[in-house]
Design a protein around this ligand. Structure first.
Ligand code: GDP
Length: 437
């Protein structure tokens, strides 16, 4: 992956006390190769590495005590620059705001439409209407219906109507009559760009005059992503790009190139199949991610979203009174689960992304823990100290797990309780203050 290769290139000079101009040139060449291999457009890669080289030599990387770090910082800053520097939000000023979703079939349009509705409802207090305009694939309409149901928003569809212009116009009328302030139109895509599809989306675009047109592209399609992005932009002159499937084994090239070739901002990134797996695009964070510096800010944000102040107060009291039990542990697990896929979450931790790239982590680990807790009695959950060897054996049997698993969980639980108790003491306060700075 791009991250590995950049890492390797930077290792050339990392940890070296003294480096030469030749070392820099070699590293820069490796970086360029890594970028091109990751499907970054050749010219974009060349320009970027040229700037890196100039900066490196200009900023005295040669005499720096930590040339590796300085070089990493230069590359990081250039990547940020390439991806557009700032976060670009979406314009929701029209009443109703009309958002047209375009892209190839399989790019993740329908999934994104659901996620966007969820995001607008949860975080922007909107009342979105989802519109199914894929008139060719009944399955696509079913899929959107399921998603609408899941996130609790209304869907507009006309099963018999095969005219997407009519459907979207009717949908906007429906939205006005039913107080929907945002209309999200999910359109039909083809497997490849073709004349008919382009005409159709152009017609819808002209008819509904969207506030925002978002182009959805699968980050795994590499250089093709950029070509598709260009073709759609030619027809629609869209406002922004949505990069999907960034959770997979993607080559980061698309994220790096789209902005500089198409001159349109990336607005959202999609990192999984769950409705919550949607993030605003921050160039800074993406650069961190590419360079394996982790994305702690996103992680903390996701944690905060799940944070319920009332619950937290209750929890604090319980910990202070030594009443933290397995039911509370379950609640904690559920909160973590709501934050998204485990592997994604861990990938956001600095240095961890790389380490777990090939490891199969799934959410099943939680299932085993839950099974063990569910096979405890209410008393045992409240007062784990009563769990003796006999009870452990019974619990293991009930959960279909080994005794060792129960022991491991008990141990984990004790450590967690201790740690939480400590966090509430003076040391914990210090730690919290440090972290919030
Ligand atoms: P559409 O044809 O453009 O509407 O694409 P879909 O929304 O149906 O998505 C195609 C497939 O990609 C589905 O199986 C989705 O679950 C999956 N998908 C969409 N977005 C993501 C993502 O961000 N990550 C992963 N891993 N899968 C995704």
């Amino acid at each position: 992956s791009l991250q590995d290769k950049l890492d390797k290139a930077l290792q050339n000079i990392q940890g070296r006390g003294k480096i030469t101009e030749i070392n820099v040139a070699e590293t820069v060449k490796e970086i360029r190769r890594a970028l091109v291999d990751a499907d970054v457009n050749y010219k974009v890669a060349k320009d970027l590495t040229k700037r890196v080289q100039d900066k490196a030599l200009g900023q005295n990387v040669l005499t720096s005590i930590t040339p590796g770090q300085l070089m990493t910082k230069i590359v990081h800053d250039e990547l940020v620059e390439l991806m557009g520097t700032t976060q670009e939000g979406i314009n929701l000023s029209d009443k109703p705001t009309i958002i047209l979703i375009a892209g190839l079939q399989g790019s993740g349009k329908t999934t994104f439409s659901g996620k966007l509705a969820n995001y607008l409802k949860q975080k922007r207090s909107k009342n979105p209407l989802l519109v199914a305009c894929d008139v060719y694939r009944p399955a696509a309409i079913d899929q959107l219906t399921v998603l609408a149901d899941q996130v609790g928003v209304t869907i507009y569809k006309e099963i018999e109507n095969k005219n997407p212009v009519e459907i979207s116009q009717n949908a906007i009328q429906f939205a006005k009559e039913n107080k929907h302030d945002v209309v999200i139109i999910d359109t039909a895509g083809r497997l490849a760009i073709d004349e008919a599809m382009m005409n159709e989306i152009r017609n819808v675009h002209q008819a509904v005059k969207p506030t925002e047109t978002l182009f959805v592209v699968d980050a795994m399609t590499g250089q093709d992503a950029v070509n598709t992005a260009l073709a759609f932009n030619h027809v629609l002159d869209y406002n922004g790009v949505v990069l999907t499937k960034l959770d997979g084994d993607t080559r980061g090239g698309a994220a790096l190139t789209v902005r500089s070739v198409v001159h349109k901002p990336i607005k959202f990134i999609s990192t999984g199949e769950k409705m919550e797996a949607l993030d605003l695009f921050y160039p800074e964070r993406m650069a961190d991610r590419i360079l394996g510096m982790g994305d702690v800010v996103s992680l903390v944000e996701r944690a905060q979203e799940q944070f319920d102040e009332e619950e937290a107060k209750k929890l604090h009291k319980k910990i202070a009174k030594n009443e933290f039990g397995f039911d509370d542990f379950l609640t904690q697990i559920n909160q973590i689960k709501k934050m998204g896929n485990m592997k994604d979450l861990m990938g956001m931790l600095p240095g961890v992304g790389k380490a777990i790239k090939d490891v199969d982590i799934n959410d099943d680990a939680f299932k085993h823990i839950e099974a063990i807790i569910y096979s405890m009695t209410p008393e045992e959950r409240r007062k784990p100290s009563v769990i003796d060897m006999n009870r452990k054996k019974r619990i293991a049997k009930g959960a279909g797990r080994k005794l060792e698993d129960v022991n491991a969980l008990m141990k984990q639980f004790e450590q967690m309780s201790k740690m939480m108790k400590m966090m509430q003491g003076p040391q914990g306060k210090q730690l919290m203050q440090m972290m919030s700075k």
